[in-house]
Design a protein around this ligand. Structure first.
Ligand code: E4P
Length: 220
């Protein structure tokens, strides 16, 4: 499973990239607004930091303008994946950009039927938002199961399932059990994945016992 990080905070991405766990980045207009920075500058800097796909979202809603925006975004760097919403115009734009050889991430997916359309439009990634479904008492991980099952039936579909709107580590674990290709993680969830109280407790005990030996590996 690949890990993308879901943030437009360049300093945070720099720090996370150093862990070696960051295979790509997703941004959206809300995350860019939160950064308070110029969109194109932010995407350029992220693409320099992370060699994998960096999703940059169009903000037009009509096909013609979306396509122009997408063509501008892909000029920033080779690893830009143009993010388009799962609308009729978005899918038309996906088809045009992917036919030209560009990566496209179809976002705001909330149903298996929508995911089929994204695959047929040649998307590199489809982003089902599982946390937002859970928020309305629907089954986010059930959607991932459905999409993985459907895509597995059609080897000609090359679209990767990019689990989005992830809220906690168990979303990641369950999505991995289902065979999802990618999870995009808020930085806090990536940090939470490391944590286990028995790891902390075990390490404290080992270090306390080691101290009693009076030894040092480096001085031996
Ligand atoms: C993914 O590409 C989206 O930017 C993101 O996962 C949305 O998450 P949210 O529901 O926490 O805003």
């Amino acid at each position: 499973m690949k890990f993308f990080v879901d943030t437009a905070d360049v300093a945070e991405i720099r720090e996370l990239a150093a862990t070696g766990f960051v295979d790509g980045v997703t941004t959206n207009p809300s995350l860019v607004a939160k950064s308070g920075r110029k969109f194109l500058d932010v995407i350029g800097e992220i693409c320099d930091l992370v060699p994998g796909p960096v999703s940059a979202e169009v903000t037009a809603t009509d096909h013609k303008t979306m396509l122009s925006e997408g063509r501008k975004l892909v000029k920033i760097a080779k690893n830009v994946a143009v993010k388009v919403p799962l609308t009729a115009d978005g899918l038309k734009t996906c088809k045009a950009l992917s036919s030209d050889g560009h990566m496209v991430n179809v976002t705001l997916c909330f149903s298996p039927g929508q995911a089929i359309l994204a695959a047929k439009a040649g998307a590199s990634f489809v982003s089902p938002f599982i946390g937002r479904l859970d928020d309305i008492a629907s089954d986010g991980l059930g959607l991932i199961a459905d999409i993985c099952q459907i895509y597995a039936n059609y080897p000609a579909f090359r679209t990767e399932v990019l689990v989005a709107s992830v809220r906690h580590p168990m979303h990641v674990v369950e999505a991995a059990k289902l065979g999802a290709d990618v999870c995009t993680l808020p930085p806090s969830v990536l940090h939470q994945l490391y944590a286990h109280p028995l790891t902390d407790k075990g390490l404290d005990q080992f270090l306390a016992d080691w101290k009693k030996t009076g030894q040092s590996i480096l001085d031996s």
